[in-house]
Design a protein around this ligand. Structure first.
Ligand SMILES: [Zn+2]
Length: 375
């Protein structure tokens, strides 16, 4: 039932509308009009004002005609990373890529295109279904900020499907890590580098020692750590009195996250003390992990729907956070589904037309599965 031509055109049209984080408004206006044309009730929440975006999250509802069907929610984020302006998608019939100067934006517009395709199919063929809610969130790429400010209790749905993972359709993400962000400032003492270096304490060097004592990268199967930004110093003839390091730690186990965060903090503080410098370590919880199992209804429904498509479901962990971390934390069970996007967050990002179609089929299959009560 999926119309390949319409789906490709819809996807290409979506990626041509710029929507980097905090500038989702043009895309939002476009989507609202389309959703209303398809007969959905649409509201835009106040999240934009809270996170300094020019748009809020879109919450849309299709009133189904099968009252006993479990109401479900599908979500995708509207924002993209950079370079994400003036995207020129190219399709050779099998694969869609950008012109190499920007990302493609399949993350997450492949999901939005697939959802619209399904809404078209439902409307055109009068397909029986229960209530379907759609959330298009803002600012996912800059810390899940839209989802954090979404009032999840306003939804009728009992479970959510977040269409936002790479890999082949059929992959179901049932667990994702918690993340702590770290902002470390090391205070040394400035002095003239040539005439009286003895009086200085080089904050950059202290940071260097501390870094050399840290294990970064993959800590274990469930835990990773990174320092991604270092900044400090004013001139080559001044001993730097301040340096800032920014990083993150992730783990799918809370205890491990806390333990490793504490470990890095201790290394920094001990190293600073050794060199008579001072350190300030700010730790912030960005999002929390979730762990769903094959007994959870949302996982069962996903698996059933994938099987009904003739594919094999694959339950996988993720190393990254998504809006699903926030939804689950708020008590709303949600899985993340793979939509076939590849090399996301790079200018080599692409998606196969086959996967675009499979994503739409997968959404349709979930709807059919819950409508028939098979879940
Ligand atoms: Zn994404």
């Amino acid at each position: 039932m999926v119309n390949e031509k319409r789906l490709i055109e819809s996807f290409m049209e979506l990626v041509r509308i710029d929507s980097i984080s905090r500038e989702e408004r043009n895309l939002a206006d476009f989507l609202i009009e389309k959703l209303e044309d398809l007969g959905l009730e649409v509201i835009v929440d106040q999240a934009g004002e809270k996170v300094k975006s020019n748009s809020g999250n879109i919450i849309a509802r299709l009133r189904g005609n099968i009252k006993k069907a479990t109401p479900v929610m599908f979500s995708a984020h509207m924002d993209t990373v950079v370079p994400g302006k003036n995207i020129k998608p190219v399709c050779d019939g099998e694969k869609i890529i950008s012109d190499g100067k920007t990302i493609l934006g399949a993350d997450d517009k492949a999901a939005i295109a697939a959802l619209f395709e399904v809404l078209h199919i439902i409307k055109k063929n009068n397909i029986p279904c229960g209530d379907i809610e759609i959330v298009f969130s803002i600012c996912e790429e800059i810390g899940l900020k839209g989802a954090k400010n979404l009032d999840i209790s306003s939804l009728n749905a009992q479970m959510g499907f977040v269409l936002d993972a790479g890999g082949q359709v059929g992959k179901i993400i049932t667990t994702a890590p918690s993340q702590n962000s770290l902002e470390i400032t090391i205070y040394g003492k400035s002095a003239h580098a040539g005439s009286n270096p003895e009086e200085g304490i080089n904050a950059i060097q202290v940071a260097g020692f501390a870094l050399s004592r840290m294990k970064l990268g993959r800590i274990d199967e469930e835990t990773t750590a990174n320092i991604g930004i270092i900044s400090g110093g004013k001139a080559t003839n001044i001993i730097p009195d301040e340096v800032t390091l920014k990083g993150e730690i992730r783990s799918r186990k809370e205890e491990k996250l806390e333990k490793y965060t504490e470990r890095l903090k201790t290394i920094i503080e001990d190293t600073a003390q050794e060199f008579k410098a001072k350190a300030e370590v700010k730790i912030n919880r960005e999002y929390s992990c979730y762990n769903l199992s094959s007994d959870d209804q949302v996982v069962k429904t996903s698996m059933k729907a994938v099987k009904n498509m003739g594919l094999s479901p694959e339950l996988c962990p993720s190393g990254g956070g998504s809006d699903a971390n926030i939804f689950n934390k708020k008590g709303f069970p949600s899985v993340v589904l793979a939509i076939g996007m590849e090399k996301v967050h790079t200018v080599d990002e692409y998606i196969l037309v086959k996967n675009l179609k499979n994503t739409a089929q997968c959404v349709l299959s979930i709807i059919n599965t819950v409508t028939s009560g098979e879940n």
